[in-house]
Design a protein around this ligand. Structure first.
Ligand code: DAH
Length: 341
């Protein structure tokens, strides 16, 4: 039996030296030390021994067990160390490699201009309001005095949702005048930027979707002088102190009287050049005194209150601001273009 024990010890230690994975190590442990293992098998035969031999063999068996347990434990530790070393090697991060640079975006140039405009108007006590792009024809046209038969109401000009032409994509931000007057009592000072839609083919100056900014002031004793003074001041803050404005008579159904405001060409200062198409002036916006019928339609007494309103295309304004000539650049989102701002 003594030889048998020595043999188990020898074999087990030899096998241990060959083991290179932790599951193989566990298999080895079971093979020698498990309940049905080889050492146990030897010990089961202890009963056959004489009383003198038993303690001697018993002690040896214990020694072999202790020896094997210790050897397995130390091999396990060794394997764990090797695995950790391999892992550290494979997961090493070279902190000296330059990082990946990510391109940072920036605000779209047109929205930079819009932010500047909002700042100017907020500085004058205006409130910025935004609202729906899907409108009732009643708000987009009727209540702005644009009656049935008005050319803008044609199917060829406007995106309608319904056969009866009652729901549409707003063609202008002017319906915001009605929404604000409906929910707010005067005094009112508001600007309403947003998208508008018209059935236009894309070219250098047209797009089926573009942005407008609407504005309106309603209070007691408001006159055309307020309109001219305020809008001229906005132009000066936006384009520079020496900006010259002029107002020409015009017609809009929802204002009376109506006008358009031009600024003197920033390129040629009035002499005439390609930028202003030889005019010396650049048309900027439509405006006027809010029509009494429009006020009345919103429950505001035109004998007590008066007001003025304006509207303009934001893309056009941004083109002029950055001296860009083609509207399509605003929408194409070509990074080479956007990076310049
Ligand atoms: N809504 C007009 C347009 O799309 C622009 C406009 C003109 C708005 C005069 C106004 C205004 O508020 O008073 O052409």
């Amino acid at each position: 039996m003594k030889e048998k024990l020595e043999l188990v010890r020898k074999e087990a230690l030899a096998a241990l030296a060959e083991v290179s994975a932790s599951d193989a190590l566990e298999a080895l442990r079971v093979k020698y030390l498990g309940k049905k293992g080889e050492l146990t098998a030897v010990l089961k035969q202890m009963g056959k021994l004489s009383a003198e031999e038993r303690p001697v063999i018993g002690q040896l068996a214990n020694e072999v067990r202790a020896k094997l347990e210790a050897a397995i434990e130390s091999r396990a530790q060794q394997l764990a160390n090797e695995a950790m070393a391999a892992r550290l090697l494979s997961e090493t991060v070279d902190v000296t490699i330059p990082g990946e640079t990510r391109k940072l975006g920036s605000q779209h140039p047109m929205y930079q201009v819009l932010d500047e405009l909002k700042d100017i108007f907020i500085g004058m006590g205006f409130e910025v309001v935004e609202d729906r792009e899907v409108e009732l024809a009643a708000y987009n046209f009727d209540r702005l005095n644009e009656k049935e038969g008005h050319p803008a109401r044609e199917w060829t000009d406007t995106f309608y949702f319904t056969e009866d032409s009652s729901i549409l994509l707003r063609t202008q931000t002017s319906p915001m005048q009605i929404h604000v007057m409906e929910r707010q009592k005067p005094p009112i000072r508001m600007v309403a930027p947003g998208r508008v839609y018209r059935k236009d083919e894309v070219d250098a100056t047209h797009s089926p979707m573009f942005h407008q900014v609407e504005g309106m002031v309603i209070d007691k004793g408001i006159t055309m002088a307020d309109l001219k003074g305020t809008l001229s001041e906005v132009a000066r803050q936006l384009y520079g102190e020496d900006t010259v404005t002029r107002f020409r008579p015009h017609h809009f159904p929802f204002t009376e009287p109506s006008c358009e405001m031009d600024i003197q060409c920033y390129k040629c200062h009035g002499a005439g050049c390609p930028t202003c198409k030889g005019e010396g002036w650049i048309e900027l916006l439509g405006a006027g005194m809010v029509h009494p019928t429009v006020l009345e339609g919103c429950g505001i007494d035109p004998d007590v209150y008066s007001g003025w309103a304006f509207g303009f295309g934001l893309e056009r304004l941004a083109l002029a601001y950055f001296k860009i000539s083609d509207l399509r650049l605003i929408f194409e989102n070509d990074v080479r273009f956007l990076e310049q701002f």
